[in-house]
Design a protein around this ligand. Sequence first.
Ligand code: SF4
Length: 204
Amino acid sequence: MTMINDHFATIVSQEGESSAALLEDIASQVAACRRCPLCEGRTNVVPGFGNPEARVMLIGEAPGKNEDLQGKPFVGAAGKYLTELLGYAGLTREDVFIANVLKCRPPSNRNPQPSEIEICTPFLRDQVRAIGPEYLVTMGNFATKFILKTEQGITGLHGKPRTAGRFIVYPVFHPAAAIYDRTKRDALEADFAALGERLKQPRA
Ligand code: SF4
């Protein structure tokens, strides 16, 4: 695996309070956040959801329409497919924590802007610190480029684990991009199956 030198390499687990309490506190801060203009158009914030003790944390791009309406990540068609993909790795939604780079929906699902990513991502860093997962599964270009600090696209990076500090970063295609693309579906399902094989090894 390639050892990379990036900003996530400096994160260490937070001692003291429980992961669940820390995540609750972060979710409260997100709910009150008006640091960027995306707060104007949101119905709900989408801080993230799942197991506070997760070994695997999945990171997507930003909430879409259904997520904004329900306040939960990956609840539409892409979410249904993600649940199926987790099965390829022997995981359920209860096993993992799912979050996005941005916590509020960009208008018309446009791409996140660099300024929004810069302002919002301290929340994601805090979530990673609170959970202390072994794997960061980055879904799609935005999450992968942000966490690996790379300009390389997901097509060349998917399924190739890298270490960043104490984490293993495992990039995969975004489920929404693969729903109607057979080639990406095959790659995504193979990558989740390979992740499942890796998870059979005890946590390092
Ligand atoms: S996207 Fe992030 S920084 Fe912007 S308002 Fe929402 S929570 Fe705050």
